[in-house]
Each structure stands twice: as structure tokens, then as C-alpha cells.
Ligand binder design. Structure first.
Ligand code: C2E
Ligand code: MG
Ligand code: MG
Length: 718
């Protein structure tokens, strides 16, 4: 054992390699002692007796530390040290100068040329050992720091964004240059933010879930949509890592801007699913979307329409103006169709379809053929409306090609499931319908099914006429008298709407259902109400005090939130007594929403207006309504009255209705009384007011005024 090992400072490196020490000295004794002492402490000791030998040795070796004497033959210690510092692989090796020169100037010079330490001879070996170990530790630390700096420089310059944030507070702790540049914050601004504030909506919402996954090492790869300081966002893909080996524990996000990747993906998608000329979805896209809409319709049991639109006479345009002009026209027309679809889509969305599910798809099918798919139809009139708008849009003057003739189109429509249960068949049938439209003179649409064609065309025509009649006050209100039990007095009249047309009078059954479907019943109902009140006011001095006008109220009208208020306002304008009004409602209005109806009815009742349940006996006729709701009277439906004298069963039901009404203290009006036999049958059951042709049909106001003047004499005579 070496006499020096008592220091106990074994200078073993962390790894198994022995530390290598080079001692350079012309004094053989010093070299021997060095070898002895450091060898015993686990060092591999190299020795050189002069400067040249040392420099030779250093060409092959990189010791961990060098002990260097100053005064030697050949290059002295200072010179050797200078050369060492100029040699790249030796730059980081600590050099300790050993010398008997003990003056400050020599020491100064030693540090200047790159020595780490300066030890005077004679050597105090344990002290030297400490300094050697210290120098080697310092060299290692320096080395590690340099490596870390180099690594940090690489990360900082990496094109990937690297963000390190506190695992608890999510506060940013570090960010590399890419992150700073891409996110648009300065570094210091960035370090004040939380990671979550750098994420766009969806990504921010999912953050805590994703971080939990990372902590549990269940997932590390993510797509994050990052939010820039200017509010814009960009997609990234990357890795989130969790590091809890240090305090505080952190997450490290290494992200790659995926904007370009997405752009390429989108471009590929566009190329394969969109038409180059018009930018519309192509046939392949149509096939996918239409199939989706068809299966949706199958699941929901609803309808879809395939509208095949073909530009009329495009070949003439191509021939006369050239194919480039033809292309421009196609582009402009597809733009217009897209606008029509957008307009329609908004309507569709109002009816609570989501954008994604919105059942509309426009595509360029081939050449000058476009297809519009309408999914989830509730009404087969919708495709007709869409077709009308499309035709109108197409026929506007064309701006893109000066001097081009007016462009028109024809449309063939087929319906799922009526005309086929798959896309191919539906398109085929739409083609057939398209040919019919062309054959019928172009610039029109046609349904594949003939009967549908007629029905829908008729309905749309009626709808147009209804609009016109509303605008021009084209309706009349007629009054059908209601008399008392003894037929002695006119107690009231029911207001019934009529629509005079050049081809004859139109009755409510022909247009009220459509008016209800389209909402047009609202302006019509408002007109009826105003007309009725105006007449009731005008007749005040001609009618008995308890005379009333019965007005039919449609369900849609009653459900308007402002209905009650509008009645109140009208009653101020036409100050008649509210008891002189009776609102006729049907059971269907009650069934839809009994609670809402109850509130509504109580408001009406509070105003003093009477309520009659119309068409009683035809629907559910549930007793519950009559008990719970403030109904004043029931009108026995014409269907019962007409069979009273012929059908015993119906008569029995009518009798039951009478009894029930009596028990509940409700009035009864018998509707549709045409004969004396019916009248006697009714009388046998109980007391009721009478309405029907036996007394008088619904008549215009002037006739009704005359009727009022001469009843009952003139009628009794008749
Ligand atoms: P309603 O309220 O049950 O009206 C009674 C219907 O029976 C009227 O038909 C009337 O002309 C008819 N009628 C009355 N007595 C006799 C008779 O002895 N024999 C026969 N064969 N028919 C008789 P109208 O005027 O065609 O009205 C039909 C339905 O249209 C009405 O049924 C009512 O539900 C609705 N309606 C009429 N006017 C309006 C209105 O202004 N607003 C609303 N919302 N609906 C109305
Ligand atoms: Mg009625
Ligand atoms: Mg009725």
C-alpha cells in the first residue's frame, strides 16, 4: 500500500476507466513519486522527461489531467502549455503547473497561457491530489455544460416547436425560437402564459383529458390546433411528454406545424372530389354524399329528391361563341346554383337540420349536367321550389360572356323511395323526367311521376294565388246564421271564409289546409278577425244584445305568442262586447300541447270571449278537456247530424254527447241541420242551437243583413 494512500481520496472516475494523468518533469525523482502516489490512488500515470517527449505523447493520448514542470530541457513548461491549448483535443484538459519558481509573475504567466492551477515545489502530495481531483471535476462539469449548451442550441434552432410548461399551473417555462415565431408572442410574453391559452377551441377543451392520458403514459401523440397571438390558428401534430424527475414536474410539447401537410391533404381531396372547372363536388363526391342522404332517409322513413339540371342548348353556345365561352357560362351557372343551394340550406337549417346533416348536395354530374340532392324531405313540394329557384337563377342575364344569349335550363326530378331505391335508378328516372321537361318546351322542371307532377304544379299554383289573394284582399267573409232551439231568434252566426275566383267560388276545404301548412293562415286569420269585428260593430243596433259571431281559429294562429294581445288590441279598435265573440277551436289544438292550450284558453276566457269546441264527435272527444278547460259549448259535427234520422248508432252517440254536455253545463250547437227530421231527432235529445242549410247557408254580409231583418217570417214561409 502506498504511504500516500492515507489521504483516502480515491480518484476513480464514475465509469470504470481509470483516470489518466500525465506528469512532465526532468526530475526523475518527481516522476517516480508521481507514479507511486497517483498509481496507488487508481490513476494510470504517463510520464515524460522533457517537453518534446510530452508533446509526442500528447499526439496519441488525451489525459484527464497534466502536471507540468516549468524548467526543462527543450521547450519549457510554459511553451508546452501554450501548445496544448492550441491543440483541439487537448483544449479542455486541465493543466497544473508544478514549479520551484515561486514568484507572482511566473504564476501570472502560467494562468495567462491557460494553466488551471499553479503548485509550488516541493510538492505536498495530498494537497496536490485534492487539486488534481478538483481540476478533473471542474473539467467534467465544464464538458457537461458545453454539451448541454450544444444540445439546447440544437433544440432552440429546431424547426419543431418545443414548449415546456409546468405540470401543475400549465405556465410556460421555456419555448424555443420556432414556437416564439409561430405563436407570434415575444419570448417574455410567452413565458407569462398558460399552455391552454395557446390552444384553439376544441384543443383547449380536450387539454386536461389529453394531459391525463400523457401522465398515465397512455398516449403521447396528438393533433393540436394552436392559437396565435393575433387570433388565427394553425394545426400541429406532435408529442407531449411528462417529466416528473425534476422539480417542478413539467410537460414538454414537441410540435410540428401541419399547415402545409393539411394543405396538401386538402388539395388531394379537392382534386379527387371536386370538379376542376366549376369547383363543385364531382360525381364521385356526389355518389358518397347522396348515398349518405339516401340511407339517412331510409332510416328516418323520409324522402329524398334527385334534381337533374341540364343547361338548354349549351352546344349552340359552344358552336357560336366557342368552347371557352361555354366553359365560362358553366362556371357562372354553377356559381348561381351554389347560391341557390346556400339560400335553401339556410331555410333547411331553420328547420333544425345541422349543417353537416343538412340534406343538400349540389354537384357537377357531367358536361352541362348538375345534380341537386335534397335529403330528408317532409314535403315533395320542396324540390319543386328548389327547381323553380334554380331555373330563375339560371335565366338571369349572363355577365361573364358579353353578347351571350339568355341561358335556360331544364330539370328532371325523381323521388326516393317513390321512383327508386338506389342512386342509379333515381338518376336514370330523373333523366327520363328531364327529357319530358325538354320535350315540353325547356326552361321548366318535371317530376318523374306524372300524378305527382300534376299535384305539385297545382299546389304551387294555388300557393301563388293565395299569396296574391292575401295581398289584394281577395277573400270574402260569409255568415251562416245560428238560431235558437225554437227557431224563433237568430242568436248568432258563424263566420266562414270564401274565395271568389273567375272560375267560381272557392271553399275553405280547398285552401285552408294549404294555408295552414304554409303559415299563410296567419295573415288570413288576422284578416278574418278584423273583418268579423268590423261587421259585428256595424251590426250592433240590428242584432239582439246576446247575438254572437263565431270565428274559426286555426291551431297555428292560436299558438302565436302574440295572439291574445292582438285580440285585445282589436277589441280596442272595434269596441264590441267580448261576449259577442265565440272562438271555435278543434280538439287537435288541445291535443298538441294541453298545458299551453289551457293557458291560452284561460286568457281568452278572462277576456270574456266564449269558446266552442268545433267538429265535436269526430276526433278523440276526450271528456278530460271538457272538464279541465274553460269551454262554453260544443258543436256537434255535421257528420252526426246528417245521420241522426238514419243511423241508430250515430244517434246514440249524439244522445250521449247531449247528456254529457248537459251534465257539464255546456251549450250545444248542432251543425249541418238540413231537414225537419234531423231537427226533430235533435229536439228529442235535448236543447241546442241550430245551424244548417235548413235555416240558411253561409251568405255575404248584405244577404245576412237582409236575413236578420226578416227572420223568422221569411224563412218560415220558405
Ligand atoms: P266548420 O267550422 O265546421 O264549418 C262548418 C262547415 O259546414 C262550413 O263549411 C259550412 O258551410 C258547412 N255547413 C253548414 N251547414 C251545413 C249544412 O246544412 N249542410 C252542409 N252540407 N254543410 C253545411 P265551409 O264554409 O266550407 O267551411 C269548412 C271548414 O273550413 C270549416 O268547418 C272551418 O273548419 C274551416 N273554415 C272556414 N272558414 C274559416 C276561417 O275563417 N278560418 C279558419 N281557420 N277556418 C275556417
Ligand atoms: Mg266552425
Ligand atoms: Mg264544424
Amino acid at each position: 500500500m502506498s504511504p500516500f494512500s492515507s489521504t483516502g481520496l480515491v480518484a476513480q472516475d464514475h465509469n470504470t476507466r481509470k483516470p489518466v494523468l500525465l506528469a512532465v518533469d526532468d526530475d526523475a525523482g518527481t516522476l517516480l513519486l508521481t507514479r507511486e502516489f497517483f498509481g496507488a490512488e487508481g490513476y494510470e500515470v504517463l510520464t515524460a522527461a522533457d517537453g518534446n517527449l510530452a508533446l509526442n505523447l500528447l499526439r496519441q493520448n488525451t489525459p484527464d489531467v497534466i502536471l507540468l514542470d516549468v524548467l526543462m530541457p527543450g521547450p519549457d513548461g510554459y511553451e508546452v502549455c501554450r501548445r496544448i491549448r492550441q491543440t483541439p483535443h487537448l483544449r479542455g484538459v486541465p493543466v497544473i503547473i508544478l514549479t520551484s519558481l515561486d514568484d507572482p509573475a511566473s504564476e501570472e504567466e502560467a494562468y495567462r497561457i491557460g494553466a488551471w492551477d499553479f503548485v509550488s515545489k516541493p510538492v505536498h502530495w495530498p494537497g496536490l491530489m485534492h487539486r488534481v481531483q478538483y481540476a478533473m471535476r471542474a473539467a467534467r462539469a465544464l464538458h457537461a455544460e458545453r454539451a448541454a449548451n450544444r444540445f439546447a442550441r440544437v433544440i432552440n434552432q429546431s424547426p419543431n416547436e418545443v414548449l415546456i410548461f409546468d405540470a401543475q399551473s400549465l405556465r410556460l417555462l421555456d419555448a424555443n425560437v420556432s414556437a416564439v415565431l409561430n405563436l407570434g408572442y415575444s419570448r417574455s410574453e410567452l413565458l407569462e402564459r398558460e399552455f391552454s391559452s395557446l390552444l384553439f377551441n376544441g384543443s383547449a377543451a380536450n387539454l386536461s383529458r389529453n394531459l391525463a392520458l400523457v401522465k398515465g403514459a397512455k398516449q403521447d401523440h396528438f393533433h393540436l390546433q394552436m392559437l396565435r397571438s393575433d387570433g388565427s390558428s394553425y394545426p400541429t401534430e406532435g408529442t407531449l411528454l411528462y417529466a416528473d424527475d425534476d422539480e417542478p414536474s413539467v410537460f414538454i410539447a414537441i410540435l410540428q406545424d401541419a399547415t402545409e401537410k393539411r394543405r396538401i391533404e386538402n388539395e388531394l381531396h379537392r382534386l379527387s372530389f371536386y370538379d376542376d372547372l366549376t369547383g363543385l363536388p364531382n360525381r364521385r363526391h356526389l355518389h358518397e354524399q347522396a348515398s349518405r342522404l339516401l340511407s339517412l332517409a331510409e332510416r328516418k322513413g323520409s324522402r329524398c329528391a334527385i334534381c337533374l339540371l341540364d343547361i338548354d342548348d349549351i352546344s349552340q353556345i359552344n358552336n357560336s361563341l366557342g368552347p371557352a365561352a361555354g366553359d365560362r357560362i358553366l362556371q357562372e351557372m354553377s356559381q348561381r346554383l351554389a347560391d341557390v343551394v346556400r339560400g335553401f340550406d339556410i331555410v333547411a337549417r331553420d328547420e333544425s337540420l345541422t349543417v353537416q346533416n343538412s340534406g343538400l348536395q349540389l354537384a357537377r354530374f357531367a358536361g352541362d349536367e348538375f345534380i341537386l340532392v335534397l335529403g330528408d324531405l317532409t314535403d315533395p313540394v320542396d324540390p319543386a321550389r328548389a327547381a323553380e329557384r334554380a331555373l330563375q337563377a339560371i335565366s338571369q342575364p349572363c355577365d361573364s360572356v358579353p353578347g351571350s344569349p339568355r341561358v335556360t335550363a331544364s330539370i328532371g326530378i325523381s323521388l326516393y323511395p317513390d321512383d327508386g331505391d338506389n342512386l342509379e335508378l333515381l338518376v336514370q328516372h330523373a333523366h327520363t323526367a328531364l327529357h319530358s321537361a325538354k320535350a315540353a318546351g325547356k326552361n321548366r322542371y318535371s317530376f318523374f311521376t306524372d300524378s305527382l307532377n300534376q299535384r305539385i304544379l297545382g299546389r304551387l299554383q294555388l300557393e301563388r294565388e293565395l299569396h296574391e289573394a292575401i295581398d289584394t284582399h281577395g277573400f270574402e267573409l260569409h255568415y251562416q246564421p245560428i238560431v235558437d232551439d225554437d227557431l224563433q231568434r237568430v242568436v248568432g252566426a258563424e263566420c266562414l271564409i270564401r274565395w271568389p275566383r273567375p272560375e267560381g267560388m272557392r271553399f275553405p276545404d280547398q285552401f285552408i289546409p294549404l294555408a295552414e301548412q304554409t303559415g299563410l293562415i296567419l295573415p288570413i286569420g288576422a284578416w278574418v278577425m278584423r273583418e268579423a269585428l268590423a261587421h259585428l260593430q256595424a251590426w250592433q243596433d240590428r242584432v239582439p244584445e246576446d247575438f254572437y259571431l263565431a270565428i274559426n281559429i286555426s291551431g297555428l294562429q292560436a299558438r302565436q305568442p302574440n295572439f291574445v294581445d292582438s285580440v285585445r288590441t282589436l277589441l280596442q279598435e272595434f269596441p264590441v262586447r267580448p261576449e259577442q265573440l265565440c272562438f271555435e277551436i278543434t280538439e287537435s289544438l288541445l291535443i298538441d300541447d294541453l298545458d299551453a292550450a289551457a293557458t291560452w284558453l284561460r286568457d281568452i276566457e278572462a277576456m270574456g270571449i266564449r269558446i266552442a269546441l268545433d267538429d265535436f264527435g269526430t276526433g278523440y272527444s276526450a271528456l278530460a278537456y271538457l272538464v279541465r278547460l274553460p269551454v262554453n259549448c260544443i258543436k256537434i259535427d255535421r257528420g252526426f247530424t246528417s245521420q241522426l234520422d238514419t243511423d241508430r248508432e250515430q244517434a246514440a252517440v249524439a244522445a250521449a254527447i247531449f247528456q254529457m254536455a248537459q251534465a257539464l253545463g255546456l251549450g250545444v250547437v248542432a251543425e249541418g241541420v238540413e231537414t225537419r227530421e234531423q231537427l226533430s231527432a235533435l229536439r228529442a235529445m235535448g236543447r241546442c242551437e241550430i245551424q244548417g242549410w235548413m235555416i240558411g247557408k253561409a251568405m255575404p254580409e248584405a244577404d245576412f243583413e237582409r236575413f236578420l231583418g226578416c227572420y223568422p217570417e221569411a224563412v218560415a214561409e220558405a
